[in-house]
Structure formats: structure tokens, C-alpha cells
Design a protein. Structure first.
Length: 95
């Protein structure tokens, strides 16, 4: 069973953020879930059947793109492993 985050703060990703990903995220229902140790806000984008299809993570404000670059590199190198999530770039190429 998925752990649901019950705070009313940021109950879903903002529409401008979702729009940056285009049709890949259209029609998903966003559920805030508990995050890990990073301090990030995390949402699960579930399809109509309730199957998770995407996750969005909003890093704390002090997290810089330079801090995330090594993580993205590791994920690209490990993309062939079935348990490593793919990184979906936005319409402008950011991740």
C-alpha cells in the first residue's frame, strides 16, 4: 500500500510545472507521497486505474542544479537496470 502524505501544504504539483512536461503527464491524478531523506516534496502521478506512472520531486530551495548533476549522471549510466527510474526532461530540456 502506498504511503500517502496528509499535509495540506502543496497537495499537488503546480499547473505551470506540469505544463513543462507536455502530454506525457496529461490525465494523471497526483497524490502527494512521503519523501525520502532528501527533504524533497514527492508526488505520484497515477493513471485512471491507480497505477503509478510518474513521480515528480521538488527539491528544497537550497538544492542547486550542480548538486543534482552527479545523480542524473548515475541514473543515466544505470538506466539499463529495471529498478532505476528514468529521468523525463521538461520541454526545455531541464530535469
Amino acid at each position: 500500500m502506498k504511503a500517502h502524505y496528509t499535509s495540506r501544504v502543496n497537495p499537488s504539483p503546480s499547473p505551470p510545472i506540469l505544463a513543462r512536461y507536455g502530454p506525457a503527464l496529461a490525465g494523471l491524478r497526483w497524490v502527494r507521497v512521503s519523501g525520502g531523506l532528501s527533504g524533497a516534496d514527492v508526488w505520484s502521478g497515477d493513471d485512471a486505474d491507480g497505477t503509478p506512472r510518474f513521480a515528480l520531486k521538488r527539491w528544497p530551495a537550497e538544492t542547486t542544479p550542480a548538486r543534482l548533476a552527479p545523480d542524473r549522471g548515475w541514473m543515466k549510466r544505470a538506466a539499463h537496470l529495471p529498478f532505476v527510474p528514468a529521468v523525463l526532461p521538461t520541454s526545455d530540456g531541464d530535469t
